[in-house]
Design a protein around this ligand. Structure first.
Ligand SMILES: Cc1ncc(COP(=O)(O)O)c(C=O)c1O
Length: 391
């Protein structure tokens, strides 16, 4: 076994194995139902698979253009035009990325410098803060608290200054399943107006919204359009998370800086997958029925939990539902998530790990992007927990 003789000085000393890896491994070891990691438990549309296979057979197997396959960028542009009435120029203002994660990382690398201040809302998707630490930004975290997880804009105003280089938002929000309202968006626009602050808007669940609500992202407000990079993920929208393909769009001045890093980060992304996605999106607009599809799953899961001791606000968007277990245990969510995987065969994600400081609201996140029978089986196990542990 070769070994490195010097001490390695970590650039991310606080980063260990992610909670997703820990919980999925524990779920596998104990043959638990795994509602921890956020990926669809069902196959994508066979038509999309066919198109990817066809693209490979037709010879789309070499490098794509650096900014992405143009017909796919045109489809992304059309989507924003239809939904928000905003025109992103496919050649200058949209880039195809290796998943939203790469888009977020590249945006931070391209636009944030050492000591720049960045505001992040927690619980936050876990890739933002390490990316900010790598560029030695100063991170201000604003905690969203159970049960409503609303943004405290007064706190944001207090933290905001001319040193604030970036605000990262995520709507619909992982892990809480909340969405930003028109008032939230207007307040963010008002705070950033007349400043150099960039908004990095993670909207990977843009099509997974429920109860007739409309997704309001950064493109829904003209002030934010002019200062935002918006990130999306085809993986979330078309049940192909393993394809790791996403996009970023934003004004040309931001996009040209983004591309300077992107070209040395990945240069370009998977060609046949981009060709297939462009063909697929041109046809039936499958993303338009995604909200209805997932709302049925949310409702099935929550109805099946009726009569249990879990407390919840139905998720407004994403494929996550948070459940409060305080009637069942006073233990920390990290302990409860592990114990219930081992003792009751159901794996979830503890919310506290997504905060900067230990916050204990006794809340676990469950992913309902699973087959109906698996969701019903999961609900049965949660009922058993409820009966066994009710204080
Ligand atoms: C909020 C959020 N942002 C970004 C991502 C990453 O998306 P991708 O798989 O396209 O990199 C995820 C995936 O779980 C997510 O939940």
């Amino acid at each position: 076994m070769p070994h490195f003789s010097s001490r390695v000085s970590s650039k991310l000393p606080l980063v260990g194995t992610t909670i997703f890896t820990v919980m999925s491994a524990l779920a596998q070891e104990h043959k638990a139902i795994n509602l921890s990691q956020g990926f669809p438990g069902f196959a994508p549309d066979p038509k999309l698979i066919k198109k990817a296979a066809k693209a490979m057979k037709q010879g789309f197997n070499q490098y794509a253009p650096m900014a992405g396959w143009l017909p796919l960028r045109e489809e992304v542009s059309a989507l924003f035009e239809r939904r928000d009435g905003v025109s992103y120029h496919p050649e200058k203002e949209i880039t195809i990325c290796a998943g939203a994660t790469q888009a977020l990382f590249t945006a931070i690398q391209a636009l944030v410098r050492e000591n720049d201040e960045v505001i992040v809302f927690t619980p936050a998707y876990d890739c933002y803060v390490p990316a900010l630490e790598l560029v030695q930004a100063k991170v201000h975290q604003v905690a969203l608290r159970a049960p409503h997880y609303q943004i405290d804009w007064e706190q944001v105003k207090q933290l905001f200054s001319r040193r604030t280089k970036m605000i990262i938002i995520n709507t619909p929000h992982n892990p809480t399943g909340t969405m930003m309202s028109a008032k939230d968006i207007a307040t963010l626009a008002e705070i950033t107006k007349g400043t150099d602050c960039i908004v990095l808007s993670d909207e990977v669940y843009e099509h997974i919204v429920f109860d007739g609500q409309k997704h309001l992202g950064a493109a829904s407000h003209p002030e934010l359009v002019s200062r935002s990079l918006i990130v999306g993920s085809f993986g979330k929208t078309f049940h192909v998370t393993g394809w790791k393909t996403g996009y970023v769009c934003g004004p040309e001045a931001l996009m040209s800086e983004f591309r300077k890093v992107h070209q040395y980060n990945v240069f370009c992304c998977n060609t046949p997958v981009q060709v297939a996605l462009a063909e697929y999106m041109k046809g039936e607009r499958p993303e338009e029925s995604l909200g209805t599809f997932y709302q049925k799953k949310r409702d099935l899961f929550l109805q099946a939990l009726g009569g249990s001791a879990f407390e919840f606000q139905p998720s407004a968007g994403t494929y996550f539902q948070v459940l409060n277990y305080k009637k069942l245990s006073d233990d920390a969510d990290t302990k409860v998530a592990k114990d219930w995987t081992v003792d009751f065969g159901i794996a979830s994600i503890p919310i506290s790990v997504f905060y900067q400081y230990p916050v204990q609201d006794h809340v676990l996140r469950f992913c309902f992007a699973k087959e109906d029978d698996e969701l019903l089986k999961a609900a049965k196990r949660l009922h058993k927990i409820s009966k066994t542990l009710l204080k």
